[in-house]
Ligand binder design. Structure first.
Ligand SMILES: [Zn+2]
Length: 207
């Protein structure tokens, strides 16, 4: 489940995290149970998650609840998306339900892209494009606060753009065809303008 070929798209942790302590089986089970609880709550009440479910449906897809799974992840990351296997949520790296909300929303943007745009995940530029959109639209760069304030419209700040570029590059560097961080930054820069401006299925204005 965690080999790079099978898990092309991942969400990096919010801060640099230290090596995890070895977890007992009881602790792992407890973390997964907690993650499942947060997940069920978000699938019922999160406006972003429910909005994305609808949009994926409108694009001709369907998010089966059993394709969103809480797992113990060996590498530090919040989650992942795979076109066949679905969404992985990393129970041992997600600290609370708000981070789970952002992570799930991020992976659902990949799901939407995969349904609507027929993404070639082995193509670095396609992958970078979806990471830019996922980082920008998911709320992990704190845009959703603005989104709600402006009743369906988004305001964009320079800080938001920097956050999106940085986090997209951190995801792209994990792609098997990406050489290093410089290469990741370069690919993200190349596609940034057009992918960042494509906010479907959300609406947006510039401030
Ligand atoms: Zn991603």
């Amino acid at each position: 489940m965690s080999s790079p070929e099978k898990q092309l798209s991942t969400t990096p942790p919010q801060q640099q995290q230290l090596e995890q302590p070895v977890l007992s089986e009881e602790k792992k089970a407890e973390l997964c149970r907690q993650c499942d609880e947060y997940k069920s709550w978000m699938m019922k009440y999160s406006p972003t998650v429910l909005f994305m479910f609808d949009q994926i449906k409108n694009a001709g897809g369907y998010v089966s609840p059993n394709k969103i799974t809480c797992e113990i992840c060996p590498d530090p990351k919040l989650g992942g998306f795979h076109a066949e296997m679905g969404i992985q949520l990393c129970a041992n790296y997600i600290p609370d339900k708000w981070v789970l909300n952002d992570t799930l929303s991020h992976e659902l943007v990949h799901w939407y892209d995969n349904t609507r745009f027929k993404v070639d995940w082995m193509d670095l530029r396609h992958h970078a494009c979806s990471e830019i959109r996922a980082a920008s639209l998911s709320g992990e760069c704190a845009i959703m606060t603005e989104f709600k304030k402006n009743a369906g419209m988004m305001k964009i700040s320079k800080g938001h753009q920097r956050c999106v570029k940085r986090r997209a590059a951190l995801s792209v560097v994990g792609h098997p065809k990406c050489k290093d961080m410089d290469h990741a930054n370069q690919i993200v820069d190349e596609v940034f303008r057009s992918c960042f401006n494509d906010t479907r299925p959300f609406e947006m204005i510039y401030s």
